[in-house]
Design a protein around this ligand. Structure first.
Ligand code: SF4
Length: 419
């Protein structure tokens, strides 16, 4: 495969200032402001003490009711539409194949990650149950209602997988066990397997083991940042948040030991200031350990500490998507690839013809995550429009069509081969 020379001039496909990547010095989060005492720790919500009643749709009430896990969980808008709990339609897809659940508390998540809509600093102006997360609202629903609906016929369900996102809260381990047990008591995990999106900061090896014993199939760790420096800046000391890179790795290695090969992985957000070489080296490290990477394209989440920063230019994102797919599923090694002085991929390490076939199959550009029932490289977790608007799709929640492929090739700067 001949080398690709990247342009850095302005083009509609490029990001701000004509760059085709997000550099470290630009991607600085703003500092969190001080939270007024009367808004700290969900005080404002708890003071009202409104009893929860059925489904809670974000922003419909002035105050979020006093809802908490394990009785209540939040679920993605896509999952709520698929379950019939909410009305609405999604561009290009009829449903989601993953039931993404989020533990919920009036105090919310106690961490302060710079890119996240659920971060603690938001308690100053938005109740937890009303916060946007990965670009969408998350209605709160009694867990028993969700189980009742899915348990009617798990084999006929649209869901290929269920996932519990733990968030950072003193009760999150205990409540995760309860929610998981409530599910596996009624729904055969072989019919709809369960993934855990863990909160390593407060977890022990025994906690990881417990999720496995209760029927979880895959255990993931949201590293999110691709390097220790970026992790500290976006999720640790840099934003008064409690997370540590080393603890995340400790828990991921415990999961590797307990869950085994192909049953653990890490979430990584692309475009927060790491180089393409950094992120793809991490992807290779995970593959060498026997795990997988699940990639997200950075999007400036409204209300987050990075909402003033540019989304990942599509060029950077497509290169990383394609290279990650080759490392994860086609046994291409990062050391076979070539990079320029800015760490951008210039050579994918396979022949032009092979690369062309893989691009045209389109799977590399679909949402990545835990597998569903179709095939190993097609994720159940399709997160419709979780990392981009439908007008400029980053992760395709459906198989890209001909017009999408044309656009993707343009973003990759790899034209269609002539016969
Ligand atoms: S721990 Fe997770 S939910 Fe909490 S702020 Fe960080 S990314 Fe968001």
């Amino acid at each position: 495969m001949s080398c690709i020379e990247h342009k850095t001039t302005s083009s509609p496909e490029n990001g701000e200032a004509g760059r085709d990547y997000n550099p470290f010095d630009v991607m600085e989060p703003r500092a969190p402001l001080k939270t007024p005492v009367d808004r700290k720790n969900g005080k404002h919500v708890k003071a009202n003490d409104i009893p929860p009643q059925g489904v809670y749709l974000p922003n419909n009430n002035i105050l979020a009711p006093h809802m908490k896990s394990p009785e209540y969980v939040q679920l993605s808008t896509a999952a709520a539409i698929t379950l019939g709990i909410m009305g609405g339609r999604m561009y290009g897809c009829e449903c989601t194949r993953c039931l993404n659940l989020l533990l919920t508390y009036p105090e919310g998540c106690r961490a302060n990650c710079a890119y996240c809509g659920l971060a603690r600093h938001r308690e100053a102006d938005r109740d937890y149950a009303d916060r946007n997360f990965i670009r969408v609202d998350w209605p709160a629903v009694p867990m028993a209602d969700i189980v009742d609906i899915v348990a009617q016929d798990p084999h006929a369900s649209s869901f290929h997988r269920m996932c519990i996102s733990m968030i950072t809260h003193p009760r999150s381990e205990k409540d995760t066990f309860t929610v998981l047990k409530q599910w596996t008591d009624r729904i055969d995990p072989d019919a709809i397997p369960v993934s855990i999106l863990s909160n390593p900061t407060t977890m022990t090896r025994d906690d990881v083991q417990r999720t496995k014993d209760l029927g979880a199939d895959i255990f993931t760790v949201a590293l999110d940042a691709a390097t220790p420096e970026l992790f500290d800046r976006t999720r640790g000391k840099g934003v008064q948040s409690p997370h540590k890179w080393s603890k995340y790795w400790d828990i991921m290695l415990e999961a590797r030991d307990i869950f085994g090969p192909q049953k653990f992985g890490a979430h990584i957000i692309v475009g927060m200031g790491e180089t393409e070489y950094d992120v793809l080296t991490l992807v290779q490290q995970l593959v060498d350990l026997g795990g997988h990477s699940h990639m997200f394209c950075f999007f400036p989440e409204q209300g987050s500490l990075m909402d003033h920063l540019p989304a990942t230019p599509r060029d950077q994102w497509r290169r990383v998507q394609l290279a990650r797919y080759l490392i994860d599923y086609r046994d291409v090694r990062v050391d076979k690839m070539r990079f320029d002085e800015l760490g951008r991929v210039t050579d994918y390490g396979i022949s032009e013809a092979e690369l062309s076939d893989i691009i045209d199959a389109g799977i590399a550009f679909r949402t990545s995550g835990c597998p569903g029932k179709f095939q190993d490289d097609i994720s159940a977790c399709d997160r419709p429009y979780g990392d981009s608007p439908p007008s400029d799709i980053a992760s395709y929640p459906f198989p890209p069509k001909k017009k999408d492929m044309k656009r993707i090739r343009k973003q990759l700067d790899i034209p269609v081969m002539l016969e």
